[in-house]
Design a protein around this ligand. Structure first.
Ligand code: FES
Ligand code: FES
Length: 174
């Protein structure tokens, strides 16, 4: 068995550490070490987006990303966007627009939609489809997902108009 390596990083704003195998993926490490069960593996090949996690501000496929690579990084999962009692605007919009059926793809969709809206606060349908083309929904809830992204964009624009920065608007307002 290969030698364990201890990695230290920030997970949803909290400093953490974990001993990982050099071949362990970020999905495996987040689920094993921190019970981050929103991070899900489906295809395991970088094709479906279920495992989308944000590392240092960029969405990555956690099924292909080795855990050792997040040493010293900021990692965010959907658990870090809001809480059960206080959802983030994107999470709220997915609930309001019923942007899911079984929910398996939903954390990845929300992470990707969150990144999209940070880059483009008012995307068109085509821009949403293009940006989120790596996130597959086996229930084909695509019309509701697109509606949810538009609803989230409205919420975020309202928050920034009220004086929040884009970076704070995207998080749950605590
Ligand atoms: S499980 Fe990672 S992209 Fe499908
Ligand atoms: S809601 Fe079932 S896979 Fe998307």
């Amino acid at each position: 068995m290969a030698e364990l390596q201890t990695i230290r990083f920030r997970l949803n704003g909290r400093p953490v550490e974990l001993a990982v195998q050099p071949y362990e993926t970020l999905v495996e490490a987040l689920r094993r070490g921190f019970q981050m069960y929103s991070v899900r593996e489906s295809c395991g090949q970088g094709l479906c987006g279920c495992c989308t996690v944000n590392v240092d501000g960029r969405a990555v496929s956690g099924c292909l990303y080795l855990a050792v690579l997040v040493d010293g990084c900021d990692v965010q999962t959907v658990e870090g966007l809001g809480t059960l009692n206080q959802l983030s605007p994107v999470q709220e919009a997915f609930v309001e627009c019923e942007g899911f059926q079984c929910g398996f793809c939903t954390p990845g969709m929300i992470m990707m939609a969150t990144q999209l809206l940070q880059e483009n606060p008012d995307p068109t349908d085509e821009e949403i489809k293009h940006y989120m083309s790596g996130n597959l929904c086996r229930c084909a809830a695509y019309p509701e997902i697109i509606a949810a992204v538009h609803r989230a964009a409205e919420k975020l624009r309202a928050q920034t108009a009220a004086g929040n920065t884009p970076a704070t608007a995207i998080m749950a307002q605590r």
